[in-house]
Design a protein around this ligand. Structure first.
Ligand code: NAP
Length: 193
């Protein structure tokens, strides 16, 4: 299991001796399968995995590339496993993991607003946590609805959800968010164009 930070990976891995029969799982962010394979030759069997901190509570999903029975079984005991054969698909999925802090900033914005308007800290926290837990379950409880349709379902025409969505869209918030995802993708894939 290779789990050093990318900045020191070249130095650490070059100093190690690998055998052909080693089966390696690399967690090292931003190092491609090709990079790892060349640093760990002649080890022929390398799998990339991206577990997330929530794995400590057996929640969330680990992405694995390419699909590998051993790695799938190992991470499958710790939460969901999503296996992809294509390295580009793995890189694109990795981009989604850059959004957690912004998600909590979104919740923190609601929390601060509530407390500024006289709601107790604890009540605001409890309310937001249960609302977003329920929203988090919506894709599973409505498996046929894609996210666009869920957004539409929750935006009653002329209602307050539609208003916030319309105003944030007019402020280009979602465009800016998508541009940030492009930037993370360039960083992950090393594409500096
Ligand atoms: N944190 C994230 O959000 C995140 C996201 C995606 C992927 N990853 C990947 O997950 C892996 C672990 O990240 P982390 O955030 O958990 O980093 P971390 O807490 O800094 O852990 C790095 C590990 O590398 C070991 N290490 C440091 N220098 C070493 C050396 N010269 N030789 C051998 N081992 C050495 C450390 O051992 P000691 O504790 O003994 O110093 C520690 O176990 C990395 O490959 C990272 O790219 C992390």
């Amino acid at each position: 299991m290779l789990a050093v930070r990318p900045q020191i990976a070249h130095d650490v891995l070059s100093a190690l001796r690998f055998r052909r029969d080693h089966r390696l799982i690399s967690l090292i962010a931003t190092l491609s399968l090709k990079d790892i394979e060349s640093l760990t030759a002649p080890a022929g069997h390398v799998t990339k995995a991206l577990p997330m901190p929530m794995i400590a509570h057996r929640l969330g999903a680990t992405i694995i590339c390419p699909p590998d029975q051993g790695a799938g079984a190992l991470f499958g005991r710790l939460g969901k496993v999503i296996e992809v054969a294509d390295a580009g698909e793995f890189d694109a999925l990795s981009v989604a993991t850059a959004t957690y802090a912004s998600y909590f900033k979104y919740l923190e914005t609601i929390h601060s607003w509530l407390t500024r308007h006289g709601v107790g800290e604890g009540i605001a926290r409890d309310y937001i946590a249960s609302l977003f837990k329920a929203l988090g379950a919506a894709p599973e409880t409505s498996p046929d609805a894609d996210f666009r349709h869920l957004a539409q379902d929750y935006a009653t025409r002329g209602g307050i959800n539609e208003q916030v969505l319309r105003e944030l869209t007019a402020h280009n918030m979602f465009e800016a968010f998508a541009e940030s995802l492009d930037g993370i993708h360039r960083r992950i894939t090393g594409d500096t164009k």
